[in-house]
Design a protein around this ligand. Structure first.
Ligand code: PLP
Length: 477
């Protein structure tokens, strides 16, 4: 059916349909357990059910909303209580509502002047977060540093790397100059986003040094220092070290303090990637994970992972904002304005790749104000407690083995029957539609990962999921 003759949605229709969309979302959350966690469609199946060409005349919104029925089988339900894949992508009512306001107002906060609230709320809430996490105060905007919201940790790391590249080359980096050799350092367990950032920043893949890890999968500082010394002897300038707080494979914790001392000695930019685990520092008892952060020039973590702030929201902190803005800023005539000329405002366009930016600070504002520090701490503690309970269940079963320390909310484990069996078990469990877990490879073995952080999940859900894994394994033998 075609919509009425009006071109745009009227405010009264928007109100009516807006309520329907909220009802749709409420029904979605209330019935989410009726869906398979992991979408079971084949490649191309969803597309084959979509019309071949766009409508010449606009359609009625009720009908457009009903298209969700066609798309639903192709949705993997990240907010399902039995989603234990990758890392959590936390969702909450206040974050969803804040996102609606940010999208609904349609503002674009590229410059302070284009929406002062967009900039000032972001700066303010990121300063709050420094205190909430017990981070060094040098990362606050009233000191030389400050925070900025990026879409993802990958973008945060890219910006940090560009800052480091320009700092190490004194603003003269030229990828065609073979004498201008800069090296970067990660561990064998660092996230792939750092290698990608190196490609994007034009540093060349040969500039990446991959440092070994110890039996807990944490970077070995002595190996890092040895590699740095070798590089210096060979005329290469060490520019960037990335230490991880909570690696993706196993939530391993690199020793930031020891790594930081090495970086200080050789004047190398230290970036700390705490994408998922960083949120744990909301609780004083887990703040040890960021010991040594005072040595870092930049730090990133994702409230969109374990802090109930719907995707996308990654925060990047730097200890000296000039190092970032001098590397990133480009101000053509058409962006000049009185606000910027006062020198008293932040223009976040100078802190990221995109010029335009959404009012994402509002999501953090509403989440922090809705839960309060104590509410967020309760959520983190409950997840850690549930993880420890699951750990004890796995330990009680002689058929399974936990293969890495479990400091927070991820358990890496395997069935003792070997890699081939674990792969079969993994695929069979996910095919049930009742649970979604992911895998990794450690010491050449197929390992199962069970991550915990669902706002909708209870210990009963986790118990049922563990029973499902045990029973599936029994049936496969
Ligand atoms: N760093 C770590 C340690 C991660 O675990 C992840 C994703 O899980 C990333 C970086 C990349 O995160 P994003 O998807 O925000 O780029």
């Amino acid at each position: 059916m075609n919509k009425t003759s009006k071109l745009h949605m009227t405010t009264s229709e928007f109100r009516k349909q807006g309520y329907k969309v909220i009802d749709w979302l409420v029904d979605y959350y209330e019935n989410i357990e009726d869906f398979p966690v992991l979408s079971q469609v084949s490649p191309g199946e969803i597309r084959s059910n979509l019309p071949d060409s766009p409508p010449a005349k606009g359609r009625d919104y009720d009908e457009i909303l009903s298209d969700m029925d066609t798309m639903m089988p192709g949705m993997t339900h990240w907010q399902h209580p039995n989603f234990h894949a990758f890392f959590p992508a936390g969702s909450s009512g206040p974050a969803i509502l804040a996102d609606m306001i940010a999208t609904g107002t349609g503002i674009v906060g590229m410059l302070w002047e284009t929406s002062p609230s967009c900039t000032e709320v972001e700066t303010h809430v990121l300063d709050w977060l420094v205190d909430m996490l017990g981070m060094p105060s040098k990362f606050k905007s009233n000191d030389l540093g400050g925070g900025v919201i990026q879409d993802t940790a990958s973008s945060s790391t890219l910006i940090a790397l560009i800052g480091a590249r320009e700092y190490a080359s004194k603003g003269e980096f030229n990828s065609n100059d073979t004498n201008n050799k800069l090296s970067s350092y990660v561990s064998t367990h660092s996230h792939s986003s750092i290698e990608k950032a190196i490609k994007v920043a034009g540093l060349g893949k040969n500039s990446l040094r991959v440092i070994g890890v110890d039996s807990d999968f944490a970077m070995i500082p002595d190996e890092l220092e040895k590699q740095i010394k070798d590089d210096i002897e060979n005329g290469v300038t060490p520019a960037f070290v990335c230490a991880s707080v909570g690696t993706t494979n196993t939530t391993a914790m690199d020793p930031i303090e020891e790594i930081g001392k090495i970086c200080k000695k050789y004047e190398i930019w230290l970036h700390v990637d705490a994408a998922m685990a960083g949120a744990a520092a909301l609780c004083p008892e887990f703040r040890y994970i960021q010991n040594g952060l005072e040595y870092a020039q930049s730090y990133t973590f994702n409230p969109h992972k374990w802090m109930l702030t719907n995707f996308d929201c990654s925060v990047l902190y730097v200890d000296d904002r000039d190092k970032i803005t001098s590397a990133m800023s480009v101000v053509p005539e058409y962006l000049k304005n009185k606000g910027s000329e006062t020198g008293q405002v932040i223009d976040y366009m100078d802190w990221s790749v995109p010029l335009g930016r959404k009012f994402r600070g509002l999501k953090l504002w509403q989440v922090i104000n809705y839960y309060g520090t104590e509410g967020l701490q309760k959520y983190i503690r409950e997840n850690v407690e549930h993880t420890q309970i699951l750990k004890s269940w796995i330990e009680e079963d002689d058929n399974f083995e936990i293969i890495a320390p479990v400091p927070l909310n991820l358990i890496c484990f395997k069935h003792k029957k070997g890699s081939e069996f674990n792969q079969k078990l993994h695929e069979a469990v996910n095919l049930t539609g009742k649970l979604y877990i992911t895998r990794t490879k450690i010491n050449d073995e197929y390992i199962l990962r069970f991550s915990i952080g669902q706002a909708t999940g209870t210990i009963d859900h986790i118990k049922k999921s563990w029973k499902l894994i045990q029973e599936t394994a029994k049936n496969l033998i």
